[in-house]
Design a protein around this ligand. Structure first.
Ligand SMILES: Nc1nc2c(c(=O)[nH]1)N[C@H]1C(S)=C(S)[C@@H](COP(=O)(O)OP(=O)(O)OC[C@H]3O[C@@H](n4cnc5c(N)ncnc54)[C@H](O)[C@@H]3O)O[C@H]1N2
Ligand code: MOO
Ligand SMILES: [Mg+2]
Length: 405
């Protein structure tokens, strides 16, 4: 059987990204979201010639004439309207953050002054025009684009929103996501499993992986019953933009997900990828007739916990980034720390521990007991993506990396 390669799967997934539109949020709640408008300077930055050292403001001309003792005319504080130096042989005490007084063009800091009897005296040979003055418009000019749209918002952007008075910002709308586990063997976290049962863990792993993307997903669990699956998934397809499944996509007698999705007219875009773990991964979409609504996207990850985990990182993350307009390409790489052998003709996502050495990321394999071994993930930091066209991977070779810490 012809499996879809990892590269083909990635291309198909990226070609099926979905635009979820735009919403407005309070700027303070926008970290981690993607900006959907240009943020423009409402005034020059700085907006006035800003004194940048506490001291005195003088006219350079007076200094050049040989004056070294300046009569103090007043104090220019930050937060006060601009004063005028009336006699240009005098000075005004001026504070950091204040407007530079009219007729002055040099600021000398207090450390270089002696103040006595209303006079400030300096013992300097030279001064420079506009020294200790942060000139109006030096950083940015009014109407300059300070932050272009499609920027991922961090604390740096929050400060700029605040400074230009953007209390609300337009951001990419989040899709409505539901994460669904299936399986009669699964019980809730709070329950004590019988001998033949386990607790449902994949759902919570996925919830956390999506929280990294600021997505608050709903969750559900469905037993291995075709009718129930059909009814519930039909309603989820109505209500949600994205459905993430874990389990029931392989060859088992109770692996109903592909069949049920097919019955519900979800178009299969591929099933089974040339990779380990995660080979039985199923991906599809349902086109929606109403024009106002976008397509429904279904990621049905294989049930083994490491398969679900790595497939979400490898496929859901870039699909989501593309959907919200983030031109994010994962360029992370690491150096393999020891020889590694993997025979099957599949892309192998090797669990690794990372270390920095001489500015490089070194990846050491952390052998687990296969894709059912979720405990091994806690000893790892990332997956190293070993290509399917080779079996012998040698120490020192560099490979793409999917990190999760
Ligand atoms: N005859 C074949 N058998 C299997 C194949 C195959 O190609 N031929 N592929 C294997 C691979 S690879 C994987 S991965 C799994 C995928 O299985 P499913 O997607 O069908 O998932 P399930 O059968 O429902 O469960 C597999 C395994 O994972 C556990 N599981 C499922 N959901 C959860 C959850 N939410 N939390 C924790 N653990 C979960 C489940 O109990 C099973 O142990 O199939 C292989 N078989
Ligand atoms: O794809 Mo499965 O995830 O190898 O165990
Ligand atoms: Mg199965």
């Amino acid at each position: 059987m012809n499996l879809t390669t990892v590269k083909e799967a990635t291309t198909i997934i990226l070609n099926n990204s979905v635009n979820f539109g735009i919403e407005e949020v309070d700027f303070i709640n926008s970290v981690g979201r993607v900006l959907k408008e240009d943020i423009v300077a409402d005034r020059d930055f700085p907006p006035f010639n800003r004194v940048s050292m506490d001291g005195i403001a003088i006219a350079e001309e007076a200094f050049n004439k040989g004056i070294r003792s300046f009569k103090i005319e007043g104090i220019q504080a930050a937060g006060s309207p601009q004063l005028t130096l009336k006699n240009t042989n005098n000075c005004i005490e001026a504070m950091t953050g204040a407007m530079l007084p009219i007729n002055s063009d040099v600021v000398i800091q207090y450390e270089l002054l002696e103040i006595k009897d209303g006079f400030a005296t300096v013992n300097l040979d030279t001064v420079k025009s506009f020294q200790n003055i942060h000139k109006k418009g030096l950083d940015r000019k009014q109407n300059d684009v300070l932050i272009p749209k499609n920027t991922l918002i961090s604390a740096a952007e929050i400060g700029v929103f605040a400074t230009v008075g953007k209390s609300k910002v337009k951001v990419a709308k989040q899709p409505k996501v539901i994460i669904v586990s299936t399986g009669n063997e699964l019980v809730e976290v709070s329950e004590t499993p019988a001998e033949y049962q386990i607790r449902r863990s994949n759902v919570y792993t996925l919830v956390s992986l999506l929280e990294n993307l600021q997505i608050k997903a709903d969750t559900a669990h469905i037993l291995d019953d075709k009718k129930t699956l059909e009814t519930k998934i039909a309603s989820f397809l109505n209500e949600y933009d994205v459905l993430l499944f874990s389990g029931a996509v392989s060859k088992g007698k109770f692996d109903f997900i592909p069949e049920v999705l097919d019955n519900l007219d979800v178009e299969k875009l591929f099933h089974k990828v040339k990779q380990r773990p995660g080979k039985p991964f199923w991906f599809g979409k349902k086109t929606v007739v109403e024009r106002s609504r976008s397509a429904k996207t279904v990621f049905a990850f294989p049930g083994n916990p490491v398969s679900t985990f790595v497939s979400c990182l490898k496929y859901f993350y870039p699909w989501y980034n593309k959907s919200i307009g983030l031109n994010f390409e994962n360029k992370q790489e690491a150096v393999l720390s020891e020889d590694f052998y993997f025979k099957p003709n599949l892309t192998y996502f090797l669990q690794v521990k990372l270390q920095q050495e001489n500015g490089k990321l070194i990846a050491t394999p952390i052998a687990g007991k296969g894709s059912g071994d979720l405990t091994n993930l806690v000893d790892s930091d990332a997956f190293l993506e070993l290509p399917d066209d080779n079996s012998n991977f040698t120490k020192g070779q560099v490979f793409p990396l999917l990190t999760f810490r």
